[in-house]
Design a protein around this ligand. Structure first.
Ligand SMILES: CC(C)(COP(=O)(O)OP(=O)(O)OC[C@H]1O[C@@H](n2cnc3c(N)ncnc32)[C@H](O)[C@@H]1OP(=O)(O)O)[C@@H](O)C(=O)NCCC(=O)NCCS
Length: 260
């Protein structure tokens, strides 16, 4: 059987928007590309201390201007991947599924009984920032080497939250933007979303075989989410990171694909 290059994404017949659907009991939760209208939802969630205190990347207080800049960046990233897949379908209909450098769906939404949906959060995957390498020059070198490796190289190290390459220059250079709105914490949504993105897209469509994960020490919920996707806690790091004036130690987790 041949598949479109979007496989295994489903496509909403009314809007043509691709999506992944979480399994039961969260089948009313979908992950889609970002939409320009999502920008207004970012500040209230990111400025909530239940979310903002655990994130490195976004500036806090997070303003409408930050949101307007960010939504442009991520909608373009997602569109570039979808355009690449559509072009491949045109060029080689029914051809082998090609590897791409990112996941075109990242925004987590709850679909309501009337069919409308509500923005809940974000899950992104990108190349790793090597926080575990304490020497800044060595770390910079490893990031550069990792980013220069061609797609499909199984030695590429990835991470959930790869915003390091794309943040505007006056923002923090790295960060892990995965989050869920506080109203929906503790319902198993991020655990299911991480497993879904990993197994349905990252492994088969990006060739991901090795990942690292980082959370601030004290963020037990996030560390548990990683562990539930098969990540192992490798240790606690202090690489001198200071976020909004506070010294932060990091939990460092690692995942390796069983079928190399
Ligand atoms: C961390 C976060 C993404 C988890 O998302 P979620 O959808 O609420 O997580 P889940 O419901 O899938 O729960 C995951 C596990 O963590 C546990 N957990 C959640 N919060 C916890 C806490 N404060 N302390 C201990 N365990 C916690 C849950 O019990 C569950 O484990 P279990 O299934 O073994 O019981 C969400 O809480 C969040 O957005 N936090 C703020 C931003 C953030 O920390 N992002 C990650 C940065 S690295």
């Amino acid at each position: 059987m041949t598949h479109s290059q979007l496989y295994p994404l489903e496509v909403n017949p009314a809007t043509a928007e691709p999506f992944l659907r979480l399994p039961q009991p969260n089948e009313n939760i979908i992950i889609t590309p970002p939409r320009l209208s999502d920008a207004q939802c970012f500040p209230p969630i990111l400025n909530d201390p239940h979310v903002g205190q655990w994130l490195e990347g976004p500036p806090i207080p997070y303003t409408d201007e930050h949101a307007a800049e960010w939504i442009q960046i991520i909608t373009q990233q997602s569109k570039a991947i979808l355009d690449e897949l559509t072009a491949e379908d045109t060029l080689r209909p029914g051809g082998y599924l090609k590897l791409v450098g990112g996941c075109p769906v990242r925004h987590i939404r709850e679909v309501l009984p009337d069919g409308t949906d509500v923005y809940l959060g974000d899950i992104d995957i990108g190349r790793a920032p090597f926080e575990e390498i304490l020497d800044p020059e060595e770390r910079r070198k490893q990031v550069e080497i990792n980013e220069s490796k061609p797609l499909g190289d199984p030695s590429i190290v990835w991470t959930f939250g790869g915003e390091s390459i794309y943040v505007p220059s006056n923002w923090s250079p790295t960060g892990f933007p995965d989050y869920i709105a506080p109203s929906h914490h503790g319902r198993g949504i991020m655990s299911a979303a991480m497993r879904l993105v990993l197994h349905s897209w990252a492994i088969p469509r990006m060739g991901v075989r090795h990942m690292s994960g980082y959370t601030f020490v004290g963020n037990a919920g996030s560390a548990r989410v990683f562990e539930k996707s098969g990540f192992m806690l490798k240790g606690v790091l202090d690489n001198g990171k200071t976020v909004r004036g506070e010294r932060k130690r990091l939990n460092y987790l690692e995942w390796k694909c069983e079928q190399q």
